[in-house]
Design a protein around this ligand. Structure first.
Ligand SMILES: NC(=O)c1ccc[n+]([C@@H]2O[C@H](COP(=O)([O-])OP(=O)(O)OC[C@H]3O[C@@H](n4cnc5c(N)ncnc54)[C@H](O)[C@@H]3O)[C@@H](O)[C@H]2O)c1
Ligand SMILES: [Zn+2]
Length: 526
């Protein structure tokens, strides 16, 4: 759980926050923090006494100070929050920005039974039976900021195990109050319901027909969690990412009666995710969405970062929005049915990460390649986590691609042009085009930035070993024409992403046209 460093447990009175927090902390070897106990120590009185004598507002100030104090301490923590803490905007901001917020939830009857008469809890107004439903209503919106919702109906030990399991192998995308988590785990599909906002009364599932059995399972699991579903089947592939299809789906959401508080779930490859995210971004000016990628390329790359959109006649992804999902759920089990060609295309992005960042995985990639190509679950889980961690780092630093995030476009200037030139949806797959694009960028990196040829040699060898072509048959003039339409190239604002060395990318590189032609000559067979 390396990427999650602080867990904050929130929930109504009786949900077990104070009991579960130390159990989770002990198992993880982290610090357990109980804000109510800290207040009792610093103020010398119990929270109930403080509220009864000084009023709730005074207590909320103490609570916020206690939270700030705890968050200043280094090291990983599991924090049991007072039930009302999350109602304060300032506390909510701190919690969502700095913690993984886990909402422990159980039905009213369970909470009421646990609390007995509710004695000693002034905010329940003396009666748990009347107080719990009232608090649930008034705190409903505040609880929506939670990153994960866990059922707190069972024993504290079971609930603690559930919290740990839900966050195991999770990568956190740090984007202030829009932070979210990427779950990467075989079997994670079962957890999608945990990430649907509690406010949603209906979920529209946009599912790729190619994963029908997976989508049936997902629908059954969401329905059994009491969620009303509208299922919209689409055919994944580049040809799906059109303005017309986006419009058709938007109308379907309207017909199904989706409201602002409802949610879209995308189930499919990168094309379904890009389109569904765009539909979620524009419907009613933006509703929540959860991305459940089903291809390796979508898991290692496209599902994270919130870039959504459709293609235009002039080229790839030319209309879209940045709209972050609430969560991304990667279950490598679903890759079993992916066909070899599109599965292999993802390795272009995996090799890309190995070239642009220093992560533990590049060195291992040579050794792991056989296992990865054989869809070994453990190897896949590891590589997906490593790529997600790398990508989320860039996205967190630069959500709207001012600079840092642009390094992810290594190989994409030529890649996108090839994809467009090959006819979107009919020719090269995204990864196949990027593989050739990286070759071209490699040639330019050696010639213009003095990147060691052996490092580019490693890149080219990996691409070949993944079964991806390093050359493509195209007329360079056509490719150059499409490069003019690439957003990254227009006006030379960002220029090229090239490598000084492996792990040392440089953005905004301006390259003379003659050099570009020479690089294309090296990678385009005629
Ligand atoms: N948003 C981003 O940041 C970002 C980043 C990289 C790529 N992308 C986009 O991602 C798209 C490519 O994604 P992709 O490679 O996943 O393509 P894709 O969505 O077209 O999926 C490839 C094929 O596999 C099928 N499929 C999907 N999951 C399957 C499964 N589990 N079993 C069997 N078949 C399955 C699909 O129906 C499709 O035919 C491109 O449009 C690219 O522009 C976006
Ligand atoms: Zn890409």
């Amino acid at each position: 759980m390396s990427a999650v460093r602080r867990i904050a447990l929130v929930g109504l009175p009786g949900s077990g926050k104070s009991t579960v927090a130390p159990l989770v902390a002990e198992r993880l070897g982290w610090e357990a923090v109980d804000l109510d106990s800290e207040i009792a120590v610093t103020s010398g009185r119990s929270p109930a006494t403080v509220i009864a004598t000084e009023g709730e507002a005074f207590f909320r100030d103490l609570e916020l100070t206690a939270l700030e104090g705890a968050l200043r301490r280094p090291g990983p923590q599991v924090i049991a929050c007072g039930g009302g803490l999350i109602t304060q905007a300032a506390a909510r901001r701190l919690l969502t920005e700095l913690c993984t917020v886990v909402w422990l939830d159980a039905p009213d009857e369970v909470l009421i039974e646990r609390l007995g008469a509710g004695a000693g809890r002034p905010l329940l107004g003396g009666s748990a039976a009347a107080g719990i439903p009232r608090l649930r209503g008034s705190r409903a919106r505040a609880h929506q900021v939670s990153h994960v919702r866990i059922s707190a109906e069972d024993s504290p030990d079971t609930v603690a195990s559930r919290v740990i399991a839900a966050l195991d192998g999770t990568v956190r995308v740090n984007l202030a109050e829009r932070s979210y988590h990427v779950e990467v785990r075989a079997g994670a599909l079962e957890d999608v319901a945990l990430h649907i906002p509690g406010s949603a009364t209906r979920v529209a599932l946009l599912a790729d027909r190619a994963v029908r059995p997976v989508s049936d399972r997902l629908v059954a699991s969401l329905r059994s969690a009491g969620i009303a579903m509208t299922v919209l089947q689409v055919s994944g592939g580049e040809a799906l990412k059109t303005w017309e299809e986006a419009g058709r789906l938007l109308d379907c959401l309207g017909t199904a009666g989706l409201q602002r508080n409802d949610c879209v779930v995308a189930l499919g490859g990168g094309t379904v995710g890009d389109l569904a995210g765009f539909v979620a971004a524009t419907y009613l000016r933006g509703i929540a969405w959860v991305n459940v990628p089903t291809t390796l390329l979508a898991m290692v790359d496209s599902a994270i970062g919130g870039k959504t959109g459709v293609n235009l006649a002039r080229g790839k992804n030319l209309a879209g929005a940045i709209w972050q999902p609430r969560a991304v759920i990667c279950d490598p089990d679903v890759l079993a049915s992916q066909d070899d060609r599109s599965f292999r295309s993802a390795f272009a992005e995996i090799v890309k990460y190995s070239m642009i960042v220093e992560m533990p995985q590049p060195a291992a990639l040579d050794g792991q390649l056989g296992r990865l190509l054989n869809k070994d679950l453990e190897a896949l889980t590891e590589v997906i986590r490593a790529c997600c961690a790398a990508k989320s780092g860039f996205v967190a630093r630069d959500e709207r691609e001012g600079a840092a995030r642009a390094v992810l476009n290594y190989g994409h200037t030529v890649g996108h042009a090839l994809e467009a030139a090959s006819g979107l949806g009919g020719g090269l797959l995204h990864g196949e085009a990027v593989a050739v694009g990286m070759r071209a960028a490699g040639v330019l990196s050696i010639r213009t930035l003095g990147c060691p040829a052996a490092e580019i040699g490693w890149q080219d060898e990996m691409i070949e070993r993944c079964g991806l072509a390093t050359t493509s048959v195209f007329d360079p003039e056509r490719v150059l024409g499409y490069m003019g339409a690439d957003k990254k190239h227009v006006g030379d604002r960002l220029g090229w992403v090239l490598l000084e060395a492996r792990g040392r990318p440089q953005i905004g590189q301006h390259v003379a046209e003659a050099e570009v032609r020479a690089a294309l000559d090296a990678v385009l067979a005629r």
